[in-house]
Structures are given as C-alpha cells and as structure tokens.
Design a protein around this ligand. Structure first.
Ligand code: ADP
Ligand code: MG
Length: 576
C-alpha cells in the first residue's frame, strides 16, 4: 500500500489521449465542462450514499466544486467535496474507458484530426479532456468511508502512477499543470465566462477562488474578489426552478444533453410552472434525433421525477404515456412526499393528473409548431410520427388531437399532408377519408387496390408504419368523416363516383369492356371470375369482378368483415 505504483493506460485510452493532445484550439474549453460535470456526479453520489447509510453522513458540508487558478504555480485546480476514489477506482475509472459516451467517441474517430477534433466539442471525452490544456494532471483524492488518500499522476503519454498520501478531507482535487498555450485558464474572467456557458444549468455551486490568480503586474487579478476570496460563478440553482426569461437557449441545450446523454439540439423546449390543484414544474425536451432506446419493447418513458428539487427516479412509467416516450426532461412536484413509494409511483391520482397536464402541454406545443413552421414540423413527424401514432390506438381521449397532428403521404400531393388538408380537397359527395395501409408507403403507392380511386380522382392517404394497421382497424373518424381502408370500400360505393375524363384517366381502358367482358368479348366478368375461383379452389374465399382495378388484372381484397391483409401479415410476423 505504501509504495508508488506505475501502470500503463488501456489501448483505447491511449488513442483518445492522442486525439486530445492535438485538439483544435476552439474546442479546448470543454475540458472545464467535463471536469465540472464529474465533480457534480461525485457530489450527487456522495449525497446519495449519505442518505442510505448514516455512518457516511457526517461532515458532508456543502457540495461544491471550487476552481483555483494559481498563477505562480501555473496550475488550475478543481476541488470538489464529492465521493472521492480509492486505489481500485482510480485504476478502473481513470485508466480504462469507463463510460459509454467516451467509448462511442472512440468508435467515431476517423483518423482525420479536424473531424476528430470537432467531435470533442460534442462528446467531451470526459476526464481525458484535461490533457487538452495540461501536460501533467495530478488527482488527489480520498473515498467516502475510507481513511487512506491517493495521488494519481500522469503526463497523458502512455501511463500513470499511483501513490498513497495523507489527506484530511473526503473528495477530489484535479490539479492541471497548464500547457504554455493554455494560460487563459488562469484568468478569472475567462473561467467565469466558460462556466457561465457550459455549467450554468448545474444545481451544484461552481466557485472561483481567485486569491492566487495574479495579473501581469503581479497584482491580485480582481481586487474586489480577492477580498471576498471565493465567489459562486454559476446560477447554482436547479435549472427548472429559474424563470424562463433568464435562461439562455444554450443553457437549456447543455442541460438537455446532460440529462438525456444526447448530443443533438432539443427540437423543442417546454418549460412551465403549473399552479392550481396540483403544483408542479415541467421542463421537457423533444429531441431532434431519435433516441437509441425508442423501439425497445418496454416503451418506457424516461422523465426524471423530482420532489422539491430532490431527484426521486427516472423510472416512473405513470408520468407519460408510451407514445410520448421520446420526450426527455424533468418534472418536479411539491405535492408528492419525499419518501414516495414504488406503488405510489405507479398509480396515484396525483401522477395521473400530472400526466394529463404534461400530455396537454406537449400536444399544445406540437400544434403550435405545426401551425407556425410546417417544414420543421414535417421533420419532427419524420422522426417521431410513428411513435405518436401509437396514441391513436391507445389513447381514446386524445385521438382527435392526435389525428389533427398526424401527417400522411398521399396520392395527390407531395410531402406530408394533414387530414384537414385532405378534407379540403375531398370530392363533392365524398364522405369518407380513404387510406391505403401497406408494409411501406412505397408499397401502398403502387398497390392495385388504389387504382380505381386514382382513376376517379379520389385521393388516398398512404400508410406504411406497422402501427397503421392497428389504429385504422378501429375505424376512427375525423371531423365527422370516417377514415377507412380502401380494401373495405365496397364496389358500389366506389362505382358511384364517375371515372375522370378519358384524357385525364391514367389508362386508355373503358369501364364497360374492362369490368364486364373478357378481352375476346365472349366471356363476361362474372363468368371469368367464376372460372378463376374454381381454379384457385380453397386458396380464396371468392373471386369477383371489381371497379377498383384499372391497370392491374387482379388484386387481393379483404372480406368486408375479415381483418385487413396488411394487418394479417403484421400479426403473422409478430407471432400473434
Ligand atoms: P464519465 O463521467 O462519463 O463516467 P469520465 O471520463 O468523465 O467519464 O470519468 C470517468 C470516471 O472517473 C467517472 O465515471 C468517475 O467514476 C471517475 N471520476 C472522474 N472524476 C471524478 C471526481 N471528481 N470524483 C470522483 N470520481 C471521479
Ligand atoms: Mg464525466
């Protein structure tokens, strides 16, 4: 235990350190975001452990991380009061790639210094980003519940050493020996601005101790601060408790990326304080990109539930319906007890009320975005429409609003169209909204089933998501107009609409010859159908001449009461 030990880095760490050492100048400041985030994690962990074990609760003091620039020593120290690390943890956490984000970064590396450099800004690369500004990093730390402290030292080239030290306090000091071209991180002004930019959303206080920071004349850089010694330089308040008007868009983004472990910009930010019978605050984000777990079978929503700022769980299914599981964010309620139990999290009327409120908020936001920026809304629909449509099947209460938000491909227009637009284009006497459900939009577009509709100028909406077979089965209507699959429209109903004029029709065929007589004119349609039916035997329930075909000689159709063929295939595939 008393000896110094030298070890080499994992091969993956070596690769990352190599990139980081050549990082672009503009990306470098993210090292501060990464190290402060680690301090915040460590403080959370300590608070959590102290809560579950009384013997660990003593002397915790205020959780904080303090930045200490020291001009004479040319070091920047980040001192936190978090959980600390023991020897094994130092080796495991700082000598190998511990986290998925960093591993993902390693996977994306292209070998092109420029591309790789810009990835650092997005991903961070965690602790190793310290080596962007430092040619030597020393970590002095003592783990909560242990008496021995340790010092970890590395120049970021190949290996590191660990030795035992005496250390009075629990927590971690990360001491950066700054490179010659990184002196800016000794400057209190620079540190304040970087912290404001990246870490303002953290509830953890980030402090600046500028007593050892001198300017060029050797004076204390900031006399007013030197008096006070230490100041808090971030807002140090849970972001969602702050007024919207005071929060910068990039602060929202930083917070979103933190809690969602995401790298995209939020597509929408929904931040409200709700007062009334129940009091709660929601800060919700709609991502731009599809989260990785979107199609996991559990379909679990991932909101973080807090009670009076205290984090309770991110596994509370009752907070959101499954069809909104792509949302990320925080709900903080003052009305739940702090020691809320698992059963309570499943079904309290309180949570049901909150869920209804959240659903309303999200639908309202989507409706207003759909109105104000149809193009952006189309992009949203591309990404999450299939998930939202699950609500058409599951959530009777919100079906009408969801139908209003739904977008479709169509036989008549390019791009996405809404039901409202469809209805405005409906033919005189048309009372039904026609949809074609297939395995994909492309398959729906070329299906023989819709030929007769196109020939009559009747617009058909083309559906191709697995869920479409389900919700259309429930024959919903919209604005009093039933939505029905073309396969369920009877021939009489279709034939009531005249075909378009010859010139407009997509075929040169003539109704009477096509439908009623065979090519040589000797056999009528019914007789031909009968012949085919006998040839196919058991394989079909029946064969009949049809008004729906124009170019194709035949197609499969569902019986009026049988399940839709697309749905049948879907059920067969999912083994139901
Ligand atoms: P991540 O934070 O995503 O896990 P990092 O590379 O930033 O990845 O850090 C690796 C690990 O090192 C952390 O998970 C944590 O266990 C440990 N660590 C880093 N900094 C600290 C710190 N200040 N206090 C305690 N543990 C730390
Ligand atoms: Mg980290």
């Amino acid at each position: 235990l008393e000896t110094e030990e030298t070890r080499v880095f994992d091969a993956d760490v070596g690769r990352i350190l190599d990139i980081v050492a050549h990082a672009l100048y503009s990306e470098r400041e993210v090292f501060l975001r990464e190290l402060i985030a680690n301090a915040a994690d460590a403080c959370d962990k300590r608070r959590f452990l102290a809560q579950t074990d009384d013997s660990l609760a003593d002397g915790a003091g205020e959780p904080a991380v303090t930045l200490i620039p020291d001009t004479r020593a040319r070091t920047l120290t980040l001192a936190d009061t978090g959980v600390g690390m023991n020897r094994a943890e130092l080796i495991e956490n700082l000598g190998t790639i511990a986290r998925s984000g960093t591993a993902e970064f390693a996977k994306k590396l292209s070998g092109d210094a420029k591309t790789d450099g810009s990835l650092i800004g997005q991903f961070g690369v965690g602790f190793y980003s310290a080596f962007m500004v430092a040619d030597k990093v020393v970590v002095e730390t003592r783990r909560l519940g242990e008496t021995q402290g340790f010092r970890w030292t590395s120049d970021g080239r190949g290996g590191y050493t660990i030795e035992p030290i005496d250390r009075e306090t629990i927590g971690t000091d990360v001491i950066l020996h700054l490179k010659d071209d990184a002196s800016e991180y000794l400057d209190p002004y620079r540190l304040r601005s970087v912290v404001k930019r990246w870490s303002d959303h953290l509830a953890l206080p980030v402090k600046l101790d500028s007593r050892k920071a001198k300017d060029d004349e050797g004076q204390a850089a900031d006399d007013t601060d030197a008096d006070a010694g230490v100041e808090t330089i971030n807002a140090a308040k849970a972001l969602w408790t702050r007024p919207k008007s005071e929060i910068e868009p990039e602060t929202y983004t930083a917070f979103y990326r933190d809690i969602a472990h995401a790298f995209d910009e939020p597509w929408a930010v929904i931040h409200n304080r709700n007062e009334g019978t129940i009091e709660y605050t929601n800060l919700l984000f709609i991502p731009t990109d599809r989260p990785l777990d979107l199609y996991e079978p559990e379909r679990k929503p991932r909101l973080r539930l807090h009670v009076r700022r205290m984090f309770i769980t991110d596994d509370c299914e009752a907070l959101l319906p499954g069809w909104l599981r792509f949302l990320r964010g925080v709900v903080d309620s003052a009305d739940l007890p702090l020691n809320v139990s698992r059963e309570m999290l499943q079904n309290t009327p309180l949570l049901t009320k909150i869920r209804q409120g959240l659903v309303k908020r999200v639908l309202g936001e989507l409706e207003s975005r759909a109105k104000s920026d149809a193009e952006a809304y189309g992009t949203f629909w591309d990404t999450f429409g299939a998930v939202l449509k699950e609500g058409l099947y599951e959530d009777f209460e919100n079906r009408d609003r969801l139908l209003g938000l739904a977008r479709f491909r169509s036989t008549e227009v390019d791009g996405w169209t809404s039901l409202a637009d469809y209805v405005s284009r409906m033919k005189q006497n048309q009372t039904v909204i026609y949809v074609m459900v297939a395995d994909s939009i492309e398959a729906a577009r070329v299906s023989p089933q819709i030929e007769g509709f196109k020939a009559r100028g009747l617009e058909v909406l083309l559906l191709g998501d697995p869920i479409d077979g389900f919700w259309t089965m429930m024959t919903p209507d919209w604005g009093g107009k039933p939505i029905r699959a073309v396969g369920r429209i009877g021939d009489d109903e279709l034939a009531a609409f005249p075909k378009l004029a010859e010139a407009d029709a997509p075929t040169d065929g003539d109704d009477t010859t096509r439908d009623a007589t065979a090519a040589d004119g000797t056999l009528d349609g019914a007789a031909l159908a009968d012949l085919i039916a006998r040839a196919l035997g058991d394989k079909v329930r029946g064969v009949r001449p049809s008004a729906r075909l124009v170019d194709s000689p035949a197609c499969l159709a569902a019986g009026a009461d049988g399940p839709d063929p697309a749905l049948e295939r879907l059920l067969a595939r999912s083994g139901r």
